[in-house]
Design a protein around this ligand. Structure first.
Ligand SMILES: Nc1nc2c(ncn2[C@@H]2O[C@H](COP(=O)(O)OP(=O)(O)O)[C@@H](O)[C@H]2O)c(=O)[nH]1
Ligand SMILES: [Mg+2]
Length: 490
């Protein structure tokens, strides 16, 4: 996702790397890279121009020396860092900056209505179900209304999705969409629902009868949110569509769907700037749990390749089922007691956090390394799981048992249906991770991502109690640790 844009910003940054000062000529070159990427990423020329002008204005006039700040605590700011910061601010501002929160406050007496509109195939029906699911998860009581009466299959589609997310549906098999919506709201009050989501019909292109119908629905139900659902893959066309819908319906926001696909990012970047409609939600996949709040700062950070730590932590928090247990496990791992039980737990947490490629994209370390194209290979993770599941509880808790006993190793491999080599690799990985965790636990101040890992701060006490010597440990640490992710996430 958004790879075209990321590549452009990365090229610009590489141009500035190693330079001591940001001068105008250098800046022009970097901006050219960005400009190319924006246009290639389907950002409209107008929006691209305005963005570049703002970045330039910010950057020029500030003499940036290698060493900024004075005296103690002086930070080194390189032109590349400086450029990053300006781009991050300006990208964030471009996509919305301020509040992009949905406002669907309501009660069973006065349910909040959310009207979803958009072209056919943009993702309205899917988004309706996803939104209902999210609201339900927040403790709300949503009702879905099927108001796309032109295709019988459309009502059934919503019925299936409503069933899957466990949300009531209001439907009438042939009727007038305006009346259906009105009666849907009445039904919500009757059932004690506090929010109503209206899934409407779409056309391939904007047409007058549909617009009139939507206007009538809006008049009859007075929605709190009127959201335009937009397929992010259609790029600049989304802007024209948004403008037309906005003129007729006074949109309160947009939902960008299919941002998980090979969307070039243009729509995400331009829609707010070009139409004034804030993007509030992002569809990140076909799964019903793949609708997220649109956070301009997080998307900006991802576009720049700076990762999305906040998003990662949110995923993590959602995936961890038992926080106390996770914290205890983290503390044990950081004290050098990593075993297969903890390892398996972490693998399972990781599995619940969503596709691996999504996780990688959120990790800050990957900023300047292009992510592998296509799905990430998770064979190794799956193998590790099978192997650990073939171990006895005793073996999981005491990895040394395996080192000493070839017969245990044979039994495990046989049970897992994997060659001895696979278990050897797992054992090596566990040891490598054990040492790495121990070293992390011994660090004075957990920084960045690690600073947010639950339990890491309290480990300081443990460290002192056990009198660890970080310097001695560093000697035995292997350089790269590809298996570091699951451990770090614990
Ligand atoms: N990959 C991906 N597909 C989506 C997303 N949202 C919707 N879709 C797919 O887009 C297609 C059209 O969606 P639908 O909800 O029927 O669109 P509607 O005609 O506007 O109601 C379906 O195949 C959905 O599964 C998304 O965020 N990501
Ligand atoms: Mg539909």
């Amino acid at each position: 996702m958004l790879e075209v844009l990321t590549r452009g910003f990365r090229a610009a940054r590489q141009r500035l790397r190693g330079e001591a000062e940001l001068n105008e000529a250098l800046l022009e070159e970097a901006l050219r890279d960005v400009r190319r990427a924006l246009l290639e990423g389907d950002v409209s020329l107008e929006v691209a121009k305005r963005f570049l002008a703002r970045v330039k204005e910010e950057a020029v006039g500030q003499v940036v020396r290698l060493k900024a700040g004075k005296g103690e605590g002086a930070v080194r700011v390189s032109p590349a860092d400086h450029f990053n910061r300006i781009c991050l601010e300006q990208l964030t501002a471009l996509m919305g900056g301020g509040d992009t929160k949905l406002d669907l406050a309501g009660s069973p007496k006065e349910p909040a209505v959310c009207l979803l509109v958009g072209l056919q195939g943009s993702g309205k029906t899917t988004t309706a179900a996803k939104l209902a699911r999210n609201l339900k998860e927040e403790g709300r009581r949503p009702l879905l209304v099927a108001a796309d009466v032109y295709r019988p299959a459309a009502i059934d589609q919503l019925a299936v999705l409503a069933e899957r997310v466990g949300v009531p549906l209001y439907r009438e098999d042939d009727g007038d969409p305006v009346k259906i919506c009105k009666r849907g709201v009445a039904e919500a009050k009757r059932q004690g629902c506090d929010v109503v989501i209206l899934d409407t019909a779409g056309r391939l292109v904007v047409d007058e009868p549909l617009m009139r119908e939507l206007e009538k629905i809006a008049k009859a139900t007075r929605p709190r949110e009127t959201l335009l659902v937009c397929d992010a893959m259609i790029g600049q066309e989304a802007l024209t569509t948004a403008t037309t819908f906005h003129e007729r319906l006074q949109l309160t926001g947009a939902v960008l769907t299919k941002l998980d696909g090979d969307a070039r990012g243009g729509a995400a970047l331009s829609i707010r700037e070009a139409t004034g409609v804030p993007v509030k939600l992002a569809g990140m996949g076909e799964g019903l749990d793949r609708l997220e709040r649109f956070r301009p700062d997080a998307i900006a950070s991802r576009i720049l390749g700076l990762g999305d730590v906040e998003g990662l932590m949110a995923d993590f928090q959602r995936a961890v089922e038992d926080e106390e247990r996770a914290e205890e496990a983290a503390q044990r791992a950081l004290a050098g007691e990593l075993d297969y039980e903890i390892f398996l737990d972490q693998l399972q947490t990781l599995g619940r956090m969503g596709p691996l490629s999504d996780l990688l994209a959120k990790l800050p370390f990957f900023g300047d390394t292009p992510l592998p194209e296509g799905p990430v290979d998770d064979t190794e993770l799956r193998r590790a799981k099978v192997l650990i599941q073939s171990m006895t509880p005793e073996e999981r808790r005491n990895p040394r048992l395996l080192e000493r006993s070839p017969s245990r190793r044979r039994r495990i491999c046989k049970g897992a249906g994997l060659p001895p080599k696979a278990l050897k690799e797992l054992m090596k990985k566990l040891e490598m991770m054990r040492q790495m965790m121990l070293l992390m636990g011994a660090q004075a101040e957990p920084q960045g991502l690690l600073g947010k890992v639950p339990g890491l701060k309290r480990v300081q006490q443990l460290k002192q109690m056990r009198n660890l010597d970080p310097a001695a440990l560093a000697g035995g640490l292997p350089g790269a640790a590809p298996g570091g992710l699951p451990a770090a996430a614990a």
